[in-house]
Design a protein around this ligand. Structure first.
Ligand SMILES: [Zn+2]
Length: 162
């Protein structure tokens, strides 16, 4: 029997924005906008992934099949991240060199700035990353600054409520 990899996830179809956040935070998190309970369970089993879900019934089914599952009861994304961190004993940090592609979960690599020659509005940006799989280009914009603020709030709560 393979040992479950605690920090590799598959998020249920309701958790798209949470999946994207986990990818930016550097976690391998599969996500499909439409996936049924049998498919997500099979995927978690085959890949030894932890399912993150808001679906109580799915969580119960997984537990019966010995599939590792984190059931998220709250409606707050901050609470979701706190629960995942507690269960898996994680720390969060927003670090572009660890991040994964938000659209396909692929790994990013640093890209040369010549990659954006067609986007003159980005000349003030100095660092770029590109997804090895879908080739999407990333840079640190305002959404990353907002995420850093959000994650620092999550980390404060993680420290406080132990
Ligand atoms: Zn990608």
């Amino acid at each position: 029997m393979s040992i479950p990899k605690l920090t590799e996830f598959v998020a249920d179809a309701m958790l798209g924005t949470l999946a994207k956040k986990l990818r930016i935070l550097g976690f391998d998190c599969k996500y499909f906008a439409s996936i049924n309970d049998e498919e997500i369970a099979a995927l978690a089993k085959a890949d030894s992934r932890t399912i993150i879900t808001k679906d109580k019934l799915l969580a119960q089914k997984c537990k019966k099949q010995d599939i590792r599952v984190i059931y998220l009861e709250s409606h707050s994304e901050k609470e979701h991240l706190i629960k995942i961190a507690r269960v898996c004993n994680l720390r969060y940090a927003v670090d572009a060199s660890n991040a994964r592609c938000t659209s396909c979960n692929g790994c990013l690599k640093k890209a040369d700035r010549s990659i954006i020659t067609l986007m003159p509005q980005l000349t003030h940006i100095s660092q770029f990353w590109q997804c090895l799989d879908c080739k999407h280009i990333y840079w640190e914009g305002s959404h990353i600054r907002n995420l850093k603020k959000f994650i620092s709030e999550v980390n404060v709560e993680l420290q406080n409520k132990r």
